[in-house]
Design a protein around this ligand. Sequence first.
Ligand SMILES: Nc1ncnc2c1ncn2[C@@H]1O[C@H](COP(=O)(O)OP(=O)(O)OP(=O)(O)O)[C@@H](O)[C@H]1O
Length: 481
Amino acid sequence: MAPAMLKELPSVSALLSAYASISAMAMLIRTIINEMVPERMRKYIASKIYNLTASYFSTKFTFLIEDRWYAGDNQMFRAAKIYLPTIIGPTSDGILVGFDESSDPMEPPKRGVPVDCKITDDFEGMHLNWTLSSIETKNIHVPNKRLFNLTCKKSERERVEQRYFPYINKTAQAILRKSESLSIYTYDQYVSVWEPTVFKHPATFETLAMEPELKEFIMKDLDSFVESKEFFESVGRAWKRGYLLYGPPGTGKSSLVAAIANYMRYNVYDLQFQSVSSDSELRSLLTSTTNRSFLIMEDIDCSTKVTHNRTKGRENCEEDEDEPIRKKAAKPGVTLSGLLNFIDGLWSSCGHERIIIFTTNHKEKLDPALLRPGRMDVHIYMGYCTPAVFRKLAASYLGIKDHELFGCIDDLIKSIEVTPAEVAQQLMMTTDEPRLALEGLIEFLNSKNKGTEKAAVEQEMKSSKERKKQKKTRLKGKIQS
Ligand SMILES: Nc1ncnc2c1ncn2[C@@H]1O[C@H](COP(=O)(O)OP(=O)(O)OP(=O)(O)O)[C@@H](O)[C@H]1O
């Protein structure tokens, strides 16, 4: 059998002559193609054949993440831009570094991803390669388009989409919460624009003195809001939340607003109703706010037209120094229906991931329409000082967790109405000697207890007005400068 098979095999000389004639034929075809097909066409055909075979045989898959997504910013690009500098390691070719105006020059500089630099990441056993590219466009307004190329194995494509991308988004959000400087925007009525400035308020949930259960409730509510995008979509509601903070002056409403802003790392739009001349102006200025932001409207009861009883509404509200100017200009101001339309209509349809916060000293003076369920989702009462609040203030201001005078102070606090601002003010007087500070506080509380509450409340009202006035003067100074 075997010799028979060997007999059928072509001889070596036959193979060599076949090879020679095939090579000659190939050379002939090549010469004809070179002669007849132009070079550019040849290159085009070759690249097509290469791409076809390469993609068929390649084991790699590439995700392209452009900086824009339809008409807006691509949030996936933004997340990658925040996340990648944190994993740039020794295998990378380089790194961008720099400072912005809010950075401390004594701290290490902030990091960025350079164009064309390769960054590798390992996630759940996958080896992922990132590159940032910049491409010139023909658009004169946007001359460059930037995009990230993320390469993985074809078999890992699904896991990258399902696990890696959500992980990057979550990590980027956590990084943002910690590091990026925030802006606070105030509305400049003279030029009709939001003026930004760096938001640096020291209040955090850590420094805030309030009932621990209430604090925990607010933090959980904010956390679940951030994670509820799908839920809001599934029930057909806008991804927004409204908080109404109410309570006497000096109970920490503004401090809570600042703590929430620091916790969420959202930019803040601080709107004074007095600076808005009409409902249409309100509409246009609110539509120009960005996503992932707070809209704060403090002392909403002091706005003449959004309370149901104007005379009552303006009691205890500071006088607006610009009032004569506004009267001269005969500005109609913001009306209740304008505000409600905004909350129900415009607010629901434009943008997402936004929180609106109203504060008031007089919830009872607000029109019931404003308080109806669905308008303000959470009503938070910021009340007078309690023993738990006092202990938190003592820990913050005096650095003590316990003292023999605490029991006496607890009893006094339970029997009178004293605001955390008043207690904080007393404790601040002698911070280096806790006993003296606590004795001073006891004296203050006793004097209140002896019938001087009214005077003390008036005093607090006065200092609240003073604070607001100072805030306003600062604001004006900023706008003028
Ligand atoms: N709950 C609190 N925890 C810590 N500090 C507080 C608290 N409440 C008040 N303070 C202190 O009192 C000062 C005034 O408080 P804040 O402006 O937050 O009160 P408010 O309720 O917003 O007052 P108003 O209604 O007058 O605007 C703050 O700067 C802060 O130092």
